[in-house]
Design a protein around this ligand. Structure first.
Ligand code: ZN
Length: 275
């Protein structure tokens, strides 16, 4: 099953596919094992920095091995700001790429995104970004400056003119976890954008949002949900504990980090897949 077919299936069933960012083989192991144990599809996300660390060709190969073992694992080149890197990811054999020009003018965002859609020529799904939701997947003490919300009218024009397959709108979501209070998701806006654009929507920065909000967002038209910060925290906590125990075998102390991440992955996948 291709990623496009997998998203169509999620649409039919009114569920969402989990997207988890990783930057090494431990993260990969946690996400793939979590999905396998639940028997659901999953998307591995690698941003520009994350894929520089693990290696683009390396992570594409790992995903292909997992897929050869009968798992529905896909790979997304997450937030790609440079056209050159987006093209490189498409050529490397990812399943989808996000061209993120949301900080450019509306016109420039349309023209650069359209170029990538044309370059892909249907080989991989292209996701575009409209509206600003912050850039870093960290623990933040306040909502980042300049956060906006996407209007259905702009979304419609953006989708029609670019020809993208997936849209990531700004609907009250922010990258990272805001400790002083995560902003609420605008469920009505998600529904209005979905009605206007008629393509699947992707929710970024879902770490920190409540289960109820995420389910309401899925019911309003979200088909892929991104989790990064919560996984990063689980990794660090698991690893810290195991290293402090004095263990020196990497496959033993890393195992604790993997288990900690896997717990987050499974909890989220159960929610998104309504199981
Ligand atoms: Zn994102």
């Amino acid at each position: 099953m291709t990623l496009r077919e997998c998203i169509a299936e999620a649409e039919k069933r009114g569920i969402a596919i989990g997207h988890f960012n990783i930057s090494d083989s431990e993260g990969f192991k946690a996400v793939v094992e979590g999905a396998r144990e639940l028997g659901v599809p999953v998307i591995i996300g690698v941003s520009e920095g994350e894929r520089e660390f693990i290696g683009l060709q390396e992570i594409v190969s790992l995903v292909n091995v997992a897929r050869g073992n009968g798992l529905s694992v896909y790979i997304n080149a997450d937030h790609t700001y440079s056209v050159e890197k987006a093209r490189k990811a498409i050529d490397a054999g990812v399943d989808s790429v996000i061209i993120d020009e949301a900080d450019k003018t509306f016109e420039d965002n349309i023209s650069i995104t359209k170029d990538i859609v044309q370059y892909s020529g249907g080989r991989v799904l292209v996701e575009g970004e409209l509206g600003f939701i912050g850039k870093s997947s960290k623990v933040l003490d306040r909502v980042p400056d300049g956060v906006t919300q996407t209007t259905p009218k702009d979304a419609k024009r953006f989708v029609e003119e670019t020809g993208i397959d997936l849209l990531a709108p700004a609907v009250g979501n922010v990258h990272g976890i805001v400790t002083t209070g995560e902003p609420k998701l605008n469920i009505e806006l998600i529904r209005a954008i979905r009605d206007a654009v008629k393509i699947p929507l992707v929710l970024h920065g879902a770490s920190g949002n409540s289960d109820e909000e995420i389910i309401a967002a899925i019911d309003a038209g979200i088909r892929i949900v991104h989790i990064n910060t919560e996984l990063r925290l689980a990794y660090k906590e698991g690893l810290k504990e195991a290293v402090q125990s004095g263990e020196i075998a990497p496959y033993k102390f890393m195992e604790a980090a993997v288990e900690n991440m896997k717990e987050v992955v499974k909890k989220k996948l159960k929610l998104f897949n309504k199981i």
